[in-house]
Design a protein around this ligand. Structure first.
Ligand SMILES: [Zn+2]
Length: 109
């Protein structure tokens, strides 16, 4: 397969491109990986940082377009932190989705 960032040929089981260091889209990215269409355009790193610092206000959910549950998070203070913690873990393991049901997997925006 080939790197999507720089076009360099990369081993099929490689996690990172040896040419530019980009993360390869493999099964290692998370359970949500199936094809390009299922990957959210939103930055996983941004979602992770927003969840970490402002997760109790649901800001990471507003970020990916999940306004309804974001508002619910504001009123419950992130489910008293538990809901925020679950989201934080989901982002890390690659199970967090945006408003369109696409998985937030790409560390770069
Ligand atoms: Zn590359």
């Amino acid at each position: 397969m080939y790197c999507q960032k720089c076009g360099k040929e990369v081993a099929a089981d490689a996690s990172f491109c040896p040419g530019c260091g980009a993360l390869m889209r493999t099964a290692a990215m998370g359970p949500g990986y199936q094809s390009e269409k299922t990957v959210s355009p939103f930055s996983r790193l941004a979602a992770l940082l927003l969840c970490f610092f402002l997760g109790w206000l649901g800001v990471h959910r507003f970020y990916v377009g999940k306004v309804g549950t974001g508002v619910a998070m504001v009123f419950t203070l992130g489910g008293l932190g538990i809901w925020t913690l679950i989201d934080f873990i989901m982002i890390i393991v690659g199970g967090f989705t945006d408003a369109n049901g696409k998985y937030v997997l790409d560390w770069q925006s």
